[in-house]
Ligand binder design. Structure first.
Ligand code: MN
Length: 229
């Protein structure tokens, strides 16, 4: 057995709906601009240009029901409701028609974003990490296994702040579908069991402040609720 000079960090994980077991998370891959109306609201032309990816560390995950501390260095913390998928089987160069075989399950998640830092990074041609990959930036509700709920290709995706609906679209509106995302991503990096992918947010993103209550959902996957603290 390997000996370590420090205690190894804990395994980051997601709750699994209806189970006492958790899904161990290796890393979080995120798709940028994957709904037309959101690409437009971010000032971009929603053509089917190749999708692009960024990452969050696995330790940014917080569970449903948590209070997310308002993060440092920002005055413009944004919510982004997203369909999240969890990879259960390793694969590189996965063909589109085999892609769904690699999905273990789906969840509702939030790609919380320090929009001011992201915008500054974009303006200067710098990486997005400080806008996207900060502590507690990935609230994710319990995973639902494909064995129980099947695959998610359509259905309402929505988010509300203090009960007022801000994002309301359909997962069928994804520019790049779940199989396409998995296939394209796996040509760049080998996907491993434990990877999760956040598939992009619909239009209607906006800021939250301390004390706000964010709720959201995807049809068939239940809901998420967090408080900004
Ligand atoms: Mn996003």
């Amino acid at each position: 057995m390997t000996a370590y000079v420090l205690p190894p960090p804990p395994v980051n994980s997601l709750a699994v709906s209806g189970s006492g077991e958790r899904f161990p998370v290796r890393r979080i891959l995120c798709v940028g601009r994957n709904y037309e109306a959101h690409a437009r609201e971010m000032g971009k032309d929603p053509t089917r240009e190749k999708p692009f990816f960024f990452m969050k560390p696995a330790d940014t995950i917080i569970d449903d029901g948590a209070t997310m501390p308002y993060p440092p260095l920002t005055a413009n913390l944004h919510y982004e409701i997203e369909l999240v998928l969890a990879i259960g089987k390793d694969g590189a160069n996965i063909p589109e028609d085999r892609a769904l075989e690699h999905v273990w399950g789906y969840a509702v998640g939030l790609d919380m974003t320090r929009r001011d830092l992201q915008t500054e990074a974009k303006d200067h041609g710098r990486p997005w990490e400080w806008g996207k990959a900060f502590d507690h930036s990935a609230p994710i509700a319990p995973l639902h296994s494909v064995a129980k709920v099947g695959h998610i290709a359509k259905g309402r995706i929505w988010l509300a702040v203090n009960g007022k609906v801000k994002q309301d679209q359909d997962v069928a509106d994804l520019i790049w579908s779940v199989p396409e995302i998995i296939s394209i991503c796996s040509k760049s990096v080998e996907l491993k069991a434990g990877d999760i992918i956040m598939t992009g947010t619909p239009s209607g993103v906006g800021a939250v402040v301390k004390g706000d209550r964010i709720t959201g959902g995807v049809a068939g996957l239940g809901e998420i609720a967090i408080t900004i603290g």
